[in-house]
Design a protein around this ligand. Structure first.
Ligand SMILES: Cc1cc2nc3c(=O)[nH]c(=O)nc-3n(C[C@H](O)[C@H](O)[C@H](O)COP(=O)(O)OP(=O)(O)OC[C@H]3O[C@@H](n4cnc5c(N)ncnc54)[C@H](O)[C@@H]3O)c2cc1C
Length: 467
């Protein structure tokens, strides 16, 4: 294959053929070499955990099948591997879609400079966001810090998300090089095969994601505004993992909602949630410290408790608070947790247990198949009340009231906490007040007293002049 037209398409969080600008542009110009590099060198603390690695394995497997087995796989530092590969293959360019995590941006900027300095075409595109963070700013040029204002501008005044691109008409890809590693050599699957139990909860690849989107629009969109908070209903799209690995782009989803039958206007509620993803990416871009540091500086002095035993009970779903335990066990069993449950378990950890939000974020990073650095750190800062546009710290979720409201039949709790299957709905969310259920622990904290302890700690924070 002629090296003078060969371009490497470096795929990362965009594992799809449709609406993939880097792939589309490279394929238009000639031959391509589709490549994925497992980078464990530059990721540091942001490295995906065991559940995301498992998901990545399947996402890569599906993409490779779509590319007729021609996806090249490497493992190591792209800053070293890519220049070597360019030289070896005689490629004229490297194309990729932009990522927005601080570690990836730093690496990609260095790579671009290095490739260009040696006369290689290095081009990046937007394949993962509807509004890139430097394009959606307040009128005074500052980044948004409040979601509603961000969304108002995005939905009403910003440019509409660009229409999705088609699949390239012709994919002229190079035969697989002998240097390519077999997928198994990336060691993404766990040594102890705990993943088998969660496999049935996920579908992989672009075609499956498109089908899932079509089914959601057809069957669930209408009920989304009311149903999305109902824990036992499958009312949400479950497209988060497809977005994380890039089997679908947000533009494809946005456009599909605009072009489907939506007589009730429910698409608006759904697009609003998609915009939360954009907002968190925007926040992370403008606040690269977001995964490590509270965006409200006063929280850096918050008196978090150190309590390894309490953290372990929370992780295992053995807190004695049924809704919290149900969420944590759903996470462990499936690699997913309903958004409402994410908020409830997060609030319980941070407020009732007074444990640092970063410990919760780290556990989610390890266990979520849909782990996404921007959404996870943004979600945790929101729940903890220490982010820019957060629920105020003094607003503490009451897991009993949340259960009664969002799991009124008790099906969610009974599914994930089978010890409580026989408990009447009246006592299901507060079994300590009713007949004592067998085999289920008493609550590890008193909800009222621990709430007051949290509020007192919050009141004790210094009030910096500049906040
Ligand atoms: C503490 C906490 C941690 C979270 N960690 C992650 C994470 O690591 N990865 C992740 O993708 N989402 C995370 N979320 C956001 C949200 O819980 C999930 O995106 C959602 O539950 C995924 O289910 P779905 O695809 O069915 O959502 P749907 O309701 O169908 O929404 C469609 C899409 O919109 C986006 N979205 C929806 N709600 C939110 C939100 N609150 N914030 C940002 N984007 C949103 C997601 O991309 C989602 O796939 C977190 C939320 C909290 C409170």
């Amino acid at each position: 294959m002629a090296g003078d037209t060969l371009r490497i398409v470096w795929l990362r969080q965009d594992l799809r053929l449709t609406d993939n600008p880097a792939l589309f542009e490279a394929a238009r110009r000639g031959a391509i070499l589709p490549l994925y590099i497992l980078d464990e060198v530059n990721s540091g603390a942001a490295a995906p955990g065991a559940a995301s690695r498992w998901g990545l394995h399947h996402a890569l497997d599906a993409l490779n099948a779509d590319l007729d087995g021609r996806l090249m796989l490497l493992r190591g530092d792209p800053l070293v591997l890519l220049p070597q590969l360019v030289e070896k293959m005689g490629a004229v360019g490297v194309y990729w879609n932009r990522c927005y995590e601080p570690w990836r941006m730093a690496r990609d900027a260095a790579l671009k400079e290095r490739l260009r300095a040696s006369g290689v075409e290095a081009r990046s595109f937007n394949g993962s966001l509807m509004w890139e963070p430097w394009r959606l700013l307040k009128p005074d040029g500052d980044p948004y810090r409040v979601f509603t204002a961000f969304y108002r501008t995005a939905a009403q005044r910003a440019h509409a998300p660009v229409a999705p691109l088609p699949t390239p008409e012709r994919l002229q890809s190079t035969p697989l090089s002998a240097d390519s590693l077999p997928l198994a050599a990336l060691n993404l699957l766990p040594a102890i095969r705990w993943d088998r139990k969660m496999a049935s909860h996920w579908r992989w690849g672009e075609a499956a994601a498109q089908e899932q989107l079509a089914d959601f629009l057809d069957q669930n969109l209408r009920g989304y505004p009311d149903g999305r908070d109902q824990l036992a209903q499958s009312a949400t799209s479950k497209l988060s993992a497809a977005l994380c690995y890039g089997a679908l782009s947000p533009r494809q989803i946005w456009w599909a909602t605009l072009h489907c039958a939506d007589a009730t206007g429910a698409g608006e509620a759904f697009r609003r949630q998609l915009a939360w993803r954009e907002f968190h990416h925007n926040l992370l871009y403008h606040n690269p410290q977001m995964p490590q540091r509270a965006l409200q500086p006063k929280f850096e002095q918050f008196p978090w408790r150190e309590d390894a035993d309490a953290l372990a009970r929370w992780r295992r779903g053995e807190t004695g608070i049924p809704l919290v335990d149900a969420g944590m066990r759903e996470l462990w069993a499936t690699g997913y947790m309903h958004n409402r449950a994410r908020m409830v378990v997060g609030s319980f950890l941070v407020k009732n247990l007074l444990l640092d939000w970063r410990a919760g974020a780290r556990w989610f990073q390890e266990c979520l198949v849909d782990f996404d650095l921007a959404n996870n750190s943004g979600g945790w800062q929101w729940v903890a009340g220490c982010g820019v546009d957060a629920a105020p710290y003094f607003r503490v979720f009451n897991p009993v009231a949340q259960g009664q409201r969002f799991d009124a039949t008790g099906d969610y709790v009974r599914r994930w906490v089978p010890e409580l299957a026989g408990v009447a709905t009246r006592w299901l969310f507060n079994p300590w007040e009713g007949p004592k259920p067998l085999g289920y622990p008493p609550p590890m904290v008193d909800l009222k007293a621990s709430r007051e302890r949290a509020l007192a700690a919050f009141k004790g924070l210094p009030k910096p002049a500049a906040e």
